[in-house]
Write a protein that binds this ligand. Sequence first.
Ligand SMILES: Nc1nc2c(ncn2[C@@H]2O[C@H](COP(=O)(O)OP(=O)(O)OP(=O)(O)O)[C@@H](O)[C@H]2O)c(=O)[nH]1
Ligand SMILES: [Mg+2]
Ligand SMILES: [Zn+2]
Length: 351
Amino acid sequence: MNIKDYGWDEHFNREWNQRSAEGMFPGRIIADYGQMMRAVTDSGEILVNRPVKKMDNELQLAVGDWIALEHAEETQSVCVRAVLARKTKFSRAAAGIEVKEQIIAANVDTVFLIQSLNRDFNMKRLERYLIAAWESGAVPVIVLTKADCCDNVADKMASVYNTAPGVEVHAISCITGEGIDEIKKYFMHGKTVALLGSSGVGKSTLVNTLAGKELLKTQEIREDDSRGRHTTTHRELLLLPQGGLVLDTPGMRALSLWEADAGMEVLFGDIEELVKLCRFYDCQHQNEPGCAVRNALDTNKLEMSRWESWLKLQKELAHLEAKKEGKLRQKEKQWGKQIAKFQKEFYKGRV
Ligand SMILES: Nc1nc2c(ncn2[C@@H]2O[C@H](COP(=O)(O)OP(=O)(O)OP(=O)(O)O)[C@@H](O)[C@H]2O)c(=O)[nH]1
Ligand SMILES: [Mg+2]
Ligand SMILES: [Zn+2]
């Protein structure tokens, strides 16, 4: 076993020199089972416990992370001591009421944003994935699966090019083999590709096709509503026989954005420039005079569907920001209470 096959490079070497101590050894998390995680090290694979949350500084770990491990005498097990600074991370807002980041994949070089050409095809969803992908620091590539089930591949490719100018798009089929050779170029020694998309689009099937053998379980989509069955239940990083790493993930029901500034800039930079040109600084872009947006819409310089996407995303992001701020204030309040309690006890002890 050589950790260089798993992506260890100069960046992590430097990180290691700063973050590690005598007795520690490096590992990369290759599977996440919740409480337990599997890591690969120079001397093989091991199971490690997810570290216990200390206060609020939760050490959030994700598949793809490089960690510093150590044999702990006290528990007779291997413990995670540190996580090395990530090169990239793909996140979303965790489901539930709490405002929390969920890291889906760490240290990924390329993200395949996967949709199937038959039933799953949806441009609005693709926009969301693109924003999160640009935000992650990894390079997005759009992969459209099940080309064998679609008779207007060219039309669909055209609408994707329109939504995602400058992003590479591939139509593939794991049944006929169409497009598979073209996507092999992303799987290079030590490089990681994450597969993201809804359940049933064929992520695990693609891993098996690339590996040339059945590494992962796959399952037919449901007949009644043509949705996937959520066959993959945990994230897993696999080393392909020909080299290169692939990270399979469970199908996502929704991708709620967590951070979006950089991603919005890439996808909607032109709209962000446009709104600055409106005559009124608080223009609502309804029917105010000198509204640059209305003008662009009327002259077909801006597509209505893109404008609607932008508006919807802006609203969602404003809501997210407000929730994040609320959480911050709540934390400050708790902190204030703790200080007050401490002061009270301190003075009580003195008098
Ligand atoms: N016709 C056709 N079917 C495909 C293709 N790729 C995958 N499938 C089928 O789609 C179904 C779902 O595939 P999976 O690989 O399990 O999908 P997944 O994205 O991993 O789904 P989750 O693990 O639930 O997220 C299976 O029945 C596959 O055989 C393809 O290129 N063409
Ligand atoms: Mg799967
Ligand atoms: Zn305006």
